[in-house]
Each structure stands twice: as C-alpha cells, then as structure tokens.
Write a protein that binds this ligand. Structure first.
Ligand code: FMN
Length: 364
C-alpha cells in the first residue's frame, strides 16, 4: 500500500498556486493567468477522489475541489477516510464545512499536512442539515464570524484559504450585503472568493432547487471585481459552454464549473489548450476509459474499492456519441457487479459498436 501521509518536509502544493509558465498562444492568452482560472466545483457525493482522478486525466491544469467535508468529522470521524486522495489529483483543494474557528483551523491544518493545495470554506450550501449545523450559506449572515473562522484557518496553514459563497441570502438582493461580506472576510486574510452568482433561499427550496430557482446575476459578480480589483474573484453557476466561460473570463479571474463538467467530462479535454495555452489533451476516450480500468484495478487491490464506485463517475464520458447510452447502461448494470472491470469494458465496447454498426447499416 502506498504511503498516504506526506513525509516530513514533503509538500505537494505546487501548480495551482503559482502562475503556470507553459508557452502561451498569443491569440488566446496574453497575460499570466490565475491559478483559479478554471476549476471544477465541489459537489457532494460526486467529486470524490475517483471522480477527481478522472477529471485530472482530462485536464492537467484545472483546479479540482473535494466534496464538502465536515470539519468536525475530519478530527473525530477518521482523518484518513475523509482526506485520502491520489497524488495525481494536484492541484486539489479541500472544501470544509463548519463554523467553529478552532475546529476549522485544526482540520485545515490536517488538510494542509495531507498535501491539499488550498483550503476552502463553504459559505454557500443551503441544505437543511447544513443550516441546522449553522454553517454553509447561513454563515453569510454573520460576516464577522466568517472572518474569525478565516483568521483561525489562515493562521493554521501556509496554503491559500479561500471562500465559496452566494451573492445573497433569501430575497435580499442588495449589492451592499455581498460587498460588505467580502470586505469583512478579506480583512481577515482571504483574497480569493468563488462566487456562486445567485442567492441562497434558506426557506422552502431543496438544495437542488437552490441551484436552479434563484436567478443568476452575473453582473453582481462583475461589480465585485470592479470594487475589489486586487482580489481574485471567480464566478460559478450555470456556465456550460466555452462561449459562456470566455465571456466571464473577460471580466473575472476564473470560472468554476459544476454540473456540466460532471455530466459531460469530455468538455474538459479542450481546456488546457484553450485556457492555459498548454498542449491539447492527447488521450482518446478509449485511452481514458482504459486508464480508468487500470485505476479501478489498483484501487481494488490497495483498498478493496469496488469498480462500481469509480465507474459511476465516468458514465458521461461518451456523452453525445452514437451508442453512448448502451455503453453507459453496461457500465451501470448491477448484474455485472461481479465481473472484473476489464470484462465490463469489453462488453461496453461491444454494445456501443453494435449500435454504431446498426446505425451505419440503416443509413445505407
Ligand atoms: C450534486 C451536487 C452537490 C453539491 N455539493 C456541493 C458542496 O459540497 N459544496 C459546495 O460548495 N457546493 C456544492 N454544490 C454546488 C456546486 O458547487 C455549484 O455551486 C453549483 O452546482 C452551481 O454550479 P453549476 O451551475 O456549474 O453546476 C453541489 C452541486 C451539486 C449538483
């Protein structure tokens, strides 16, 4: 089994938090870009380490976030279970949920020790469970308390401490609310804000509805960047095409993408060239799938992980291609759970090719 904890003196925090120095395409990128230029949103139950391993195969540079991890659980409920990740995932940020400065500071310290490149505080989650714990989006109602949490975390780690938040709470759409939130939290030592560009309605909406119903107001985030030009401001919410991303990058330091990246991960393969001036991703979908199967085999041998827990994250890999549905059905067929993943891959390919051949025959 691979050594999991970083050895004394060993640090993994690299790429994301220094300016990338790959040659730039003058037509695409003219200034050094922010480490937060493109990121994949923290998504509970989705962006676990297996999902992040897949995303890293698709883009070398995109910044990855963990799911929100409860700060108390890291300390009391199994540090390794919550913090273990693959070395390949860098640059990778740990998102914490919590509201107690000391607990957040301790779990941030553990996260940095484990090698995370950034610690992010969740001030955007509206779920009832999180509200009962008085953290997530409801923290925005207490900017000074968030500032105290940030100060404790900043004092505990060397890596950047960042905040992901909404632009308002409930029906209060006043710009001053979010402007003052950022001002107060910045004064405590946070310089990077990832702004989900809609309010969180704390009453009456499910978390899913809270990602869809409150209107997106990108202009609020642009105004924040104008008012705080020295801060790093990245935007999140509803951005699902390169055109939309590029429009935002004209105003802001970065774009965070959530659902579209998960459902259509192949989109990421264009990002290194488009947003970082880097080399295009050389892998084909088949090669990515084969690399994932190798990963499944390693995970099973090292930790007893069932391939099913990994395969569920790559079901969007062939999104939009002929035969994708059949391919996906095979990879998610629970009757095949006892087959080795290499055999499942062969079955999935055969099913996809069959659909393609049928289509070709029908078109002749
Ligand atoms: C399944 C799911 C789980 C999520 N879990 C988290 C989370 O743990 N922490 C967080 O800050 N946001 C969470 N979010 C919100 C996303 O990070 C993001 O803000 C939201 O999906 C809007 O971005 P998008 O329109 O690009 O998807 C979650 C979203 C989804 C779909």
């Amino acid at each position: 089994m691979r050594a999991l904890l970083p050895q004394a003196g060993e640090r993994h925090c690299v790429d994301a938090h220094r300016l990338v120095d790959t040659p730039l395409e003058p037509t695409q990128i003219t200034t050094p870009h922010s480490p937060w230029r493109m990121s994949i949103a923290p998504m509970m139950d989705w962006t676990d380490r297996h999902c992040r391993y897949l995303h890293r195969l698709l883009s070398r540079h995109v910044l990855l976030y963990t799911e929100m991890v409860n700060a108390g659980a890291i300390i009391h409920g199994g540090t390794e279970r919550h913090l273990r990740f693959n070395a390949e995932e860098h640059p990778v940020a740990l998102q914490l949920g919590g509201n107690d400065p000391a607990t957040l500071a301790r779990s941030a310290h553990l996260g940095a020790q484990w090698g995370y490149d950034e610690i992010n505080l969740n001030c955007g989650c509206p779920s009832d469970r999180v509200q009962r714990g008085a953290f997530g989006a409801s923290l925005m109602k207490e900017p000074q308390h968030v500032a105290d949490c940030i100060k404790a975390m900043v004092d505990a780690v060397q890596v950047p401490v960042t905040v992901k938040h909404r632009i308002g709470i409930d029906r209060d759409e006043s710009y001053g609310f979010v402007r003052d939130f950022i001002g107060t939290v910045h004064a405590a030592g946070c310089s990077v804000f990832i702004v989900h560009a809609r309010n969180a309605w704390l009453q009456g909406l499910s978390p899913k509805e809270n990602r869809e119903v409150p209107p997106l107001r990108y202009d609020v985030v642009h105004q924040l960047k104008r008012d705080f030009p020295d801060l790093t401001i990245a935007i999140n919410g509803g951005l699902n095409t390169d055109v939309a991303v590029q429009e935002q990058l004209a105003h802001l330091d970065g774009v965070m993408v959530g659902r579209e990246a998960y459902h259509n991960p192949w989109w990421l393969t264009g990002w290194d060239a488009l947003y970082y001036g880097g080399a295009p991703n050389p892998l084909t979908r088949d090669e990515v799938e084969a690399a994932m199967v190798e990963y499944m085999e390693r995970e099973a041998a090292a930790y007893g992980t069932h391939w099913y827990a990994i395969a569920r994250h790559m079901l969007g890999l062939r999104h939009g291609l002929p035969g994708a549905r059949r391919w996906r059905q095979v990879w998610s067929d629970h009757h095949l759970k006892d087959c080795p993943p290499r055999e499942v891959m062969a079955l999935a390919h055969a099913a996809q090719v069959e659909v393609q051949e049928r289509r070709e025959a029908a078109s002749h």
